[in-house]
Design a protein around this ligand. Structure first.
Ligand SMILES: C[S@@+](CC[C@H](N)C(=O)[O-])C[C@H]1O[C@@H](n2cnc3c(N)ncnc32)[C@H](O)[C@@H]1O
Length: 309
């Protein structure tokens, strides 16, 4: 039993499994919190703060959060059931899934129903949230695997309670207004990771990709926030399969670096090979002492990778 709530998205790149390592490293007594790259919402839904702001460039995702926020949970569950019934969705009916997907994509973007998109995603392969360049949802059917199952429903009910009062936005991170963040506030950044980029975690999914320039822009914003006394934490990967994000490695030397234990290669028998090592980190501009009582924070971390400063 985790003390953290899982978002009802199963979002690729979602931080749910890492929350027991991340959340204890976040500051106490947060006034305003910004989740700059909110994704499926695993992080903002598990942070305590006076005010929460959540942003993601993927406006389809943000539209779903807003649509969930706007209605009572019983109404939302009723609407989801109605869509499943009328569209005859199941774990085996590929034809109905494809018909429903075509129906959704045929509607002009501004008139699409975000709750329909949520249901579509629930029956799609690996619950991926993927679009083509014309902003058509293009994830294939999740035969025998994906559905709006009881676990998803339970996650949705818990998540829905957390949406109350959250301020959502959908902008490129470099366009956000950071001027009203001040000392006492906290910004969490979980951008796409440049060196682990692949079809599953490119951060793109129908939107713009992530480049070296984006990393540099992000570091500059975090530096500026830090100078103004705003606390930040940045999740990222410094090394992956023999590659190093050199700009990140250099930039993080000015801050505190905490090793995060996540084995991307747990199904790979060659995980001991140096070429397969993934070094995931949380970089903070504040000190955080983890006591023995905190959950598994350094479990299996290799000595020497714990802290790099
Ligand atoms: C690693 S995922 C975040 C996962 C999230 N922390 C979670 O727990 O689900 C990165 C997110 O960044 C978003 N993104 C990519 N480029 C962006 C940009 N330029 N500005 C804002 N968001 C962006 C992607 O849509 C994706 O949802």
């Amino acid at each position: 039993m985790s003390k953290y709530d899982k978002s009802p998205f199963n979002y690729i790149g979602g931080k749910y499994k890492m929350l027991p390592q991340l959340i204890p490293l976040f500051p106490d007594n947060i006034n305003k919190m910004l989740d700059m790259f909110a994704g499926g919402g695993d992080v903002f839904a598990n942070v305590t703060a006076a005010e929460i702001y959540a942003n993601d460039i993927n406006f389809f995702l943000i539209d779903i959060f807003r649509a969930f926020q706007a209605i009572e949970i019983t109404e939302l569950l009723g609407e989801i059931d109605k869509i499943i019934d009328t569209r005859e969705l199941s774990m085996t009916n590929k034809e109905s899934y494809l018909k429903f997907r075509s129906h959704y994509n045929a509607i002009p973007i501004a008139q699409r129903n975000p709750i329909e998109l949520y249901v579509l995603m629930c029956y799609s392969f690996n619950y991926q949230f993927r679009f083509n360049s014309s902003h058509e949802f293009n994830n294939p059917f999740g035969r025998e695997r994906s559905s709006f199952n009881p676990q998803m429903k339970e996650n949705l009910i818990k998540f829905h309670k957390k949406l109350n009062g959250i301020n959502f936005s959908s902008q490129d991170f470099s366009q956000l207004d950071y001027s009203f963040f001040e000392a006492g506030d906290f910004v969490y950044a979980d951008p796409p990771y440049r060196i682990t980029t692949g079809s599953y975690n490119d951060g793109k999914r129908g939107f713009k990709g992530w480049s070296r320039e984006d990393d540099i822009r992000l570091f500059a914003i975090l530096d500026e926030l830090s100078e103004r006394g705003v606390k930040f934490a940045l999740s990222n990967v410094v090394e992956h399969k023999g590659q190093t994000n050199t700009e990140l490695a250099e930039w993080m030397r000015s801050y505190n670096v905490h090793a995060i234990n996540y084995d991307y290669n747990n199904s790979n028998y060659q995980a001991q090979n140096i070429d397969c090592v993934t070094r995931e980190v949380l970089i903070t501009n504040y000190e955080r002492n983890i006591t023995d009582g905190d959950e598994n924070i350094w479990l299996d971390s290799k000595p020497g990778l714990r802290r790099f400063r």
